[in-house]
Design a protein around this ligand. Structure first.
Ligand SMILES: *[C@@H]1O[C@H](CO)[C@@H](O)[C@H](O)[C@H]1NC(C)=O
Ligand SMILES: *[C@@H]1O[C@H](CO)[C@@H](O)[C@H](O)[C@H]1NC(C)=O
Ligand SMILES: *[C@@H]1O[C@H](CO)[C@@H](O)[C@H](O)[C@H]1NC(C)=O
Length: 183
């Protein structure tokens, strides 16, 4: 009997603690529908045409490789305004600074990596975002991989929805920012 209780303490208890059930009870539960912070912003990308310095907010640093018909290799660096409504001339509540490049041969897909920079009375800080923008899909999810300031250590998802695309020089994306880790 004594042997059994030793066995219980030394072997079974550690086994029980390490069981998936025990681990699951320590895991933080994240509900997709209940972000800890959420806001919708409109992102405006006005590509530089060569003579619109006043209005342009982004510029192609490379105009594509000619590989396929979907701008493969084209890379754009942007300093784009984010507004609460759809108007390009509304006062920006944040800036999106970063780049995207087209990286799919068979359709339009851009890979985004950028920082949302907030410097207003409402928020001060940054959110860093990256992911694929599969433009054929009505909704695309990109990852919020981290944050600083008012968004210290935040993580989450940004859902992109094309709001308007006017030729090759202007598009607007609705960005639904949902954070699931807030500190
Ligand atoms: C900026 O855009 C506005 C509205 O589209 C236009 O009236 C103005 O001429 C543009 N300015 C420049 C410098 O392109
Ligand atoms: C970039 O390529 C497109 C065609 O893909 C062309 O219409 C446009 O004029 C080019 N822009 C520059 C700055 O060369
Ligand atoms: C943030 O805004 C303040 C007040 O308008 C300004 O003094 C400061 O330079 C801004 N900081 C950045 C990083 O833009």
């Amino acid at each position: 009997m004594r042997n059994f209780s030793n066995y219980f303490v030394l072997v079974l208890i550690p086994l029980l603690l390490a069981s998936p059930l025990a681990v699951a009870s320590y895991k933080k539960h994240i509900n997709k529908d209940k972000p800890c912070k959420r806001f919708v912003l409109y992102y405006h990308d006005k590509l530089f045409e060569g003579d619109d310095v006043g209005n342009a907010t982004s510029a192609a640093v490379y105009n594509g490789t000619g590989l396929g018909n979907f701008k493969f290799g084209k890379m754009v660096v942007f300093d784009d305004p984010l507004t609460k409504d759809r108007s390009f001339v509304s006062p920006p509540v944040a800036k999106a600074q970063g780049f995207y490049f087209y990286d799919m041969k068979t359709t339009y897909n851009a890979w985004f990596a950028y920082t949302l920079i907030f410097n207003s009375t409402e928020y001060k800080g940054t959110l860093n975002i990256m992911g694929a923008d599969m433009m054929d899909e009505p909704m695309r999810d990109l990852s919020v991989v981290g944050g600083t300031g008012d968004f210290f250590m935040s993580r989450g998802v940004v859902t992109f929805q094309t709001d308007v695309a006017e030729g090759i020089y202007y598009f607007r994306v609705k960005m639904d920012v949902k954070l699931y880790e807030c500190y």
